[in-house]
Design a protein around this ligand. Structure first.
Ligand code: ADP
Length: 219
């Protein structure tokens, strides 16, 4: 199988950061923006950087878009251009399309036209930061669905020296401890009698409501 080919459309802060990271990881990336200055910034970063208006189907065809495996549509404020671009890319038969959504209405339209993955970087990052503001022991927060999440918390005094069964996390809060990290070691199938130490990083999965109760009681 040949190397996967990526295209990033829109080289603002979000698209630019994706483009840089994919390139840093050695991926082949076609970077596109209709702003010449932006494109010049990425000439040295991406495998190819071209000026094009992604709402122009012929322009995308001419760039050989049919050979791209995964397109990231990272057009920010211009919702109309983002939707039209996604539609064109979809029609060109690209197998995977990731689109940055600006708001709920935008997301609904993107779902309807078949975007494979819709991301809300500002909203999600805002939520993650809010959780770490509430408690400095909440290290990370990943939304699995509208109602379920995974949180990474640092064990403090309330968990120090206790086993999972002592803390009775599943029965009391309905959440599951899926892993315990201690320094470089990671225990991915913790047993009921495994002891938690202060400073351990505990990864817990559950409904938002249950995780919230767990955080209030033990974190
Ligand atoms: P961010 O919030 O991630 O910085 P921006 O809205 O600033 O997002 O960036 C979006 C980028 O998308 C800009 O660089 C802009 O020039 C580019 N862009 C907008 N419309 C098109 C289009 N039709 N074709 C190609 N690039 C576009």
């Amino acid at each position: 199988m040949g190397k996967r080919l990526y295209a990033v459309i829109g080289l603002g802060r979000f698209g630019g950061s994706i483009c840089k990271e994919l390139s840093r990881e050695g991926m082949e990336v076609l970077a596109i923006d209709n702003d010449e200055e932006k494109v010049n910034e990425f000439k040295e970063v991406a495998s190819h950087a071209v000026i094009a208006d992604s709402t122009d189907e012929i322009a995308l065809r001419d760039l050989g878009f049919r050979n791209i495996d995964h397109v990231i549509v990272a057009i920010g404020d211009n919702v109309h251009a983002s939707i039209l671009t996604t539609l064109i890319v979809k029609e060109l038969g690209i197998s995977t399309i990731t689109v940055k959504a600006q708001n709920d209405y935008h997301e609904k339209v993107l779902e309807k036209i078949g975007a494979d993955e819709i991301v809300h970087p500002e909203r999600d990052m805002g939520r993650r930061i809010a959780h770490s503001i509430i408690s400095s022991n909440i290290l990370d927060y990943l939304e699995l669905s509208d109602e379920h999440s995974v949180v990474e918390v640092k064990a403090g005094d309330r968990m120090d020296g206790e086993t999972i069964i002592d803390l009775d996390i599943r029965a009391r809060f309905g959440c599951n401890v899926v892993a315990i990290k201690r320094g470089k070691d990671i225990n991915v199938s913790p047993m009921a009698d495994d002891v938690i130490e202060k400073g351990d990083i505990i990864i817990v999965i559950g409904s938002d409501k249950d995780i919230h109760r767990f955080e209030k009681a033990l974190v």
